[in-house]
Design a protein. Sequence first.
Length: 194
Amino acid sequence: MKLYYCPWACSLAAHIILHEAGEPFESESVDLRTKITASGADFNAITPKSYVPALRLDDQELVTENIAVLDYLAQVYPRFGVPGALGRTRLLEALAYISTEIHKSFKPFWHQGNDSQKAAAGAYITARLRYLGETMKGDYLFGDAPSAADFYVFVMTKWAERFGVELPAPIAALRDRLAARPAVAATLAAEGLV
Ligand SMILES: N[C@@H](CCC(=O)N[C@@H](CS)C(=O)NCC(=O)O)C(=O)O
């Protein structure tokens, strides 16, 4: 497997899972301004969507869209899935919530919104994170072990820190728990974020 990622991007969640899994994988960073990869390849030719994450599988299929990439990794590494008859549905439900309600709400911060747009977005993000904090089933979203969705939340907490968005206490605690994991620290170091 090969992950195309960009430091600070949502691809960090998949990158963490690959480190957590402990099996060999490749990764290559992408300059999202020039759309050139670290090895000089044209990222537009790799995926016409031109955004990360993009996951090249061993059979050369390319998986894009964070929800699909994280769901795929949770199938390959079931410990990052959610147990139970509705487990996959619950995971997809959480991934969709994080992607569409939280990730996308950071747009004014990444794309030069004005102060009032940023204030409204920040309040919305905090409220959406509060819901996640209130519905956690244990130390992590779904119990006593992190799922793929927890790592996506972790990325959202890094963005919140960067842009001064308030984190509800249970989500700040979740961030701290995840940050203490060696694979998370290794991924942050690999992306040059520490
Ligand atoms: N719909 C995509 C959006 C992914 C996305 O927003 N990627 C950002 C980084 S977090 C990106 O690569 N932006 C560069 C661009 O759109 O040119 C997904 O959910 O995976």
